[in-house]
Design a binder for this molecule. Sequence first.
Ligand SMILES: NC(=O)c1ccc[n+]([C@@H]2O[C@H](COP(=O)([O-])OP(=O)(O)OC[C@H]3O[C@@H](n4cnc5c(N)ncnc54)[C@H](O)[C@@H]3O)[C@@H](O)[C@H]2O)c1
Length: 437
Amino acid sequence: MSQPKAISHFDLAPSTPGKLKPDRLSAYIHRLRFQAPLFKLTIGSALFLGLVVFLVVSCSPSAPPPPSPRRILGDSRGGSYWERRVRSSARARAHAGHVVLVTGASGFVGTHVCLHLKRRGDGVVGLDNFNDYYDVELKRARQTLLGRAGVFVVEGDINDRELMEKLFDMVAFTHVMHLAAQAGVRYAMKNPASYVHSNIAGFVNLFEVCKSANPQPAVVWASSSSVYGLNSKVPFSEKDRTDQPASLYAATKKAGEEIAHTYNHIYGLSITGLRFFTVYGPWGRPDMAYYFFTQHILQRKQIEIFEGPQHSSVSRDFTYIDDVVEGCLAALDTAKKSTGSGGTKKGSAQFRVYNLGNTSPVPVTKLVSILEKLLKVKAKKKLLPMPRNGDVKFTHANISLAQRELGYKPTTDLETGLKKFVKWYLDYHSDLRKYSS
Ligand SMILES: NC(=O)c1ccc[n+]([C@@H]2O[C@H](COP(=O)([O-])OP(=O)(O)OC[C@H]3O[C@@H](n4cnc5c(N)ncnc54)[C@H](O)[C@@H]3O)[C@@H](O)[C@H]2O)c1
């Protein structure tokens, strides 16, 4: 690659040599001598004017530099502007409102949880590392939506101890809603390290910061129905075995449940784990079947539908996002305070695990036929035996515990929920510019 040419002061000289040649120059100076009074006056005025300009410029209050594009996005860290945004986002409007740190805020569930919390008057600070596991533009669009609602999303990683501690130094969070994770079952075979990074190392780092905080927050976090793994007893109950994970993703969520127990036991952190069952809805995740089936059906591309042994159907307990959000908010509202402070336990603390599902599993073939009806396009289907990639044949939640203790009551059936998803999908994909800030 050619190097740029170094610029010296010679380069700044006019390319045509001086118009005043030496002999003409001396004649010019000689002429000026005879016009000395006029010459002095001109020079004096010029100096005076220069002085005035210099004083005006140097004495005027220094204007702040225009915000850089990163500052406008609000994703730069540190500095008074950043701190003001964090503090203002954390301010609760409601009397005795929670002050919640939501990790994974620009993710699918995180965005909805933040919006609901903010709407009812809680203080909310988001955190997300905007990784490129799926379309980052979608995460940015969610961030724009949150910004308009008054939720500031800090750009950072849950593994960043310094950042996490700074946030807790600045804001006395009453709760942490921990949703940041490497999601997806199949991707674990491609990038196992990303699961260890976010779901294990980042998880421990978050708890390290929470346990040392004073006051300690109550933590509600997203586990997953995948912890039931090869369990064949239906519907899945919180008491069922969870020691047969079928994927690395499931194994890291299961490990999370054990790690959470340790922090509860040693440090008195109040912790609630929520096992989500296939959450879907507007602003959803492009790596999930309902989303990419919609995309492929509209593009007239073939979709692959997996079957179990003897052509049995694969089914999922699809749960609509608003129902899951209700469950998350109820878990936050019923969470008791942590008992420790500054890393020392003062007494036993609450430890809970709940299923948040819909209790009505639907075969994936039915999901496709609903989409066909809503999109008014016939899908090009290809049935294939389910590969060994970590997926399980079915999920089915027993939600009686959440019903009893959280008042959790899902109300959205798959057809109604998909209708809302498809409406959002068509709107979002036809007008992406609306969300690019
Ligand atoms: N959506 C579902 O069906 C479902 C089902 C079971 C469990 N869950 C769990 O619920 C939570 C939310 O899921 P989602 O569907 O919104 O997923 P998502 O991928 O849309 O959201 C997760 C967000 O976390 C962020 N993130 C990941 N690692 C991070 C890190 N190290 N530091 C900071 N941010 C990080 C990502 O950028 C992303 O925006 C996850 O913990 C997921 O495992 C989801």
